[in-house]
Design a protein around this ligand. Structure first.
Ligand code: ADP
Ligand code: C5P
Length: 212
């Protein structure tokens, strides 16, 4: 029997909108099948040649911060059922970690990140495009809590970064990509109806003859 083309789902949305929660909900349904999550964040450009102080100056919410060439190369490999070595990202050191994760070919590829709908070449690889839409007041509250707890930040640094880069880049680059979404999910992972609709659609694509 001919190999099937994997299904690619793009999940975009502002920082702390709930992309990871939506991703996890879909992942759980397909974990018995074969599914991988590709985080666009893990494809931030390597900054190991910069000092820690220099890395603090990077605008992590600008499209140019990402190595989308490598990301596209990896998605294309998975689409023809070849394995990849996925980078790992260290938010505390602001650069790629030394280790990589070996990823075998899978049926469902979930590509998640603030700017996954911004790049036309990346969009062209997706079967389904989602935008998780959550108000900015909720997102900043969540971000302060998460970045202090999980990413080694202080309240002041999160607020400063939010005002200098996160908010302006969101308005300039992330919010406009909503127009490319097939589905806009308000409030993220708690939206069970939207998750069910997504799962049904993915199953339909998997059951059709989408051969390589
Ligand atoms: P993203 O991947 O878009 O940055 P996450 O799904 O990781 O967002 O959520 C960011 C933070 O907000 C996490 O700490 C998560 O626990 C919290 N969070 C996500 N969804 C909700 C929700 N519906 N209610 C409360 N907190 C939430
Ligand atoms: O998980 P989330 O979608 O919030 O991740 C994207 C965010 O991570 C961006 O808004 C960016 O500001 C932040 N980031 C950071 N430090 C890094 C890399 C990314 O604060 N070194």
């Amino acid at each position: 029997m001919a190999a099937k083309r994997p299904v690619v789902i793009g999940i975009a949305g502002g920082s702390c909108s709930g992309k990871t929660s939506v991703t996890r909900a879909i992942y759980e349904v397909f974990r018995e099948h074969s599914v991988v999550v590709i985080e666009q964040d893990f494809y931030y450009k390597d900054q190991s040649h910069l000092t820690f102080e220099e890395r603090l100056g990077t605008n992590y919410d600008h499209p140019l911060a990402f190595d989308n060439d490598l990301l596209i190369e990896h998605i294309k490999k998975l689409l023809v059922r070849q394995p990849i070595e996925k980078p790992v990202y260290d938010y505390v050191q602001h650069t790629r970690a030394e280790e990589v994760i070996h990823v075998e070919p899978v049926d469902v590829i979930i590509l998640e990140g603030i700017l996954v709908l911004e790049d036309a070449d990346l969009r062209d690889l997706m079967d389904i495009k989602l935008f998780v839409d959550t108000d900015s007041d909720l997102r900043i509250i969540r971000r302060i809590m998460r970045d202090i707890k999980e990413r080694g930040r202080t309240t002041d640094s999160v607020i400063e970064q939010y005002l200098a880069a996160v908010r302006p880049m969101h308005n300039l680059f992330i919010e406009p990509t909503k127009r490319y979404a097939d589905i806009i999910i308000p409030e993220g992972g708690d939206n069970e109806v939207a998750i069910d609709l997504m799962v049904t659609k993915i199953k339909t694509i998997l059951e059709t003859d989408n051969v390589l």
